[in-house]
Write a protein that binds this ligand. Sequence first.
Ligand SMILES: Cc1ncc(COP(=O)(O)O)c(C=O)c1O
Length: 394
Amino acid sequence: MSEYQVNDKGYYGNFGGAYVPEMLYPNVEELQQQYLQIIQRSDFREEFDQLLRDYVGRPSPLYFAKRLSERYNANIFLKREDLNHTGAHKINNTIGQILLAERLGKKRIIAETGAGQHGVATATVCALKGLQCVVYMGAIDIERQAPNVARMKMMGAEVIAATSGSRTLKDATNEALRDWINNPVDTHYIIGSVVGPHPYPDMVARFQSVISAETRKQLLEKTGRETPDYALACVGGGSNAAGMFYHFLDEPSVSLVAVEAAGKGVHSGESAATTVLGREGVLHGSRSIVMQTDDGQVVEPYSISAGLDYPGIGPQHAWLHKTGRATYACITDDEAMRAGLLLTRLEGIIPAIESAHALAQLEKMVFKGGENVVVCLSGRGDKDLDNYMKYFGF
Ligand SMILES: Cc1ncc(COP(=O)(O)O)c(C=O)c1O
């Protein structure tokens, strides 16, 4: 087994595990005992593959970005998760988890959401399957992300405002956990990234691993080699990066580059650069790297992109960082916004601001010429148009 994958105790090196209140043991244990068995069954695989194909629109294209390649003197390929139904990679995971929930006999789904992308992806699969859906969202995020709130409601989800604390993602997550404690039997909690107690980080990474599985095949067709020289992805909790890296982890010739949000500058006090600013600690049920004060209070993160605005990273990323298997870089708001506009002008593709962080890293890399570089374009920029307009004054 790969040293970069979860071990049978739910750890990546010294990161991971399941640090949950006693009241949640039964829920988490049920998942731990059943998830692998269920998701490896042929009825699950067949339905998962069919929905990814016919409903999500997979395989997503691997697009050779010619003009971007000329600019950076390398062969740049974009893995087009932005073309998925609902506009981002998040749907790969929610399809997987709704099929699991069905097989566990759950009738009610809860989720937390920050930017609303994961909430929309969850409401979508609940509509698809006719299951009740409750999404917790910080009161401030509800104001900031009105179109996504409308989408969730249109699909029949109930959106509940988290009004405690900073009224953002972290508070919504706490509310969702509280709900799960109170409804242990009929409810499944769909976590939206490779975070949370074991088995969530591994389970979500497996669902997102379709990204690198497809990339290998597509690269072989386009370049004659299954592996790129570099694979890049942005990291909030880390699910699109985990999916992009999954099938390259044990290929030392592939340099893995994860990009975090540096907000207004790594040391500005307004950033989400966890690997630079964080220390080891427990957040949302697993041991990882966490932005925290000296006495262990979680620090409020900041990024212009709501999806990267998270004070931790998934435990697998903490391990990839510690072992040096992947490089963790960070990109400021300004650098990301410029990269988003550049892709729009050079290729006619408006990226999500989250994905623009990964693109901005290309500016900082020096290529000899001829290297094959894959960037995970995790989502489309429609949800960010207001932000782009305001920033550039269009
Ligand atoms: C388009 C997009 N990319 C990336 C992310 C970050 O999440 P993750 O790090 O789990 O991929 C989000 C989160 O909402 C997103 O919407």
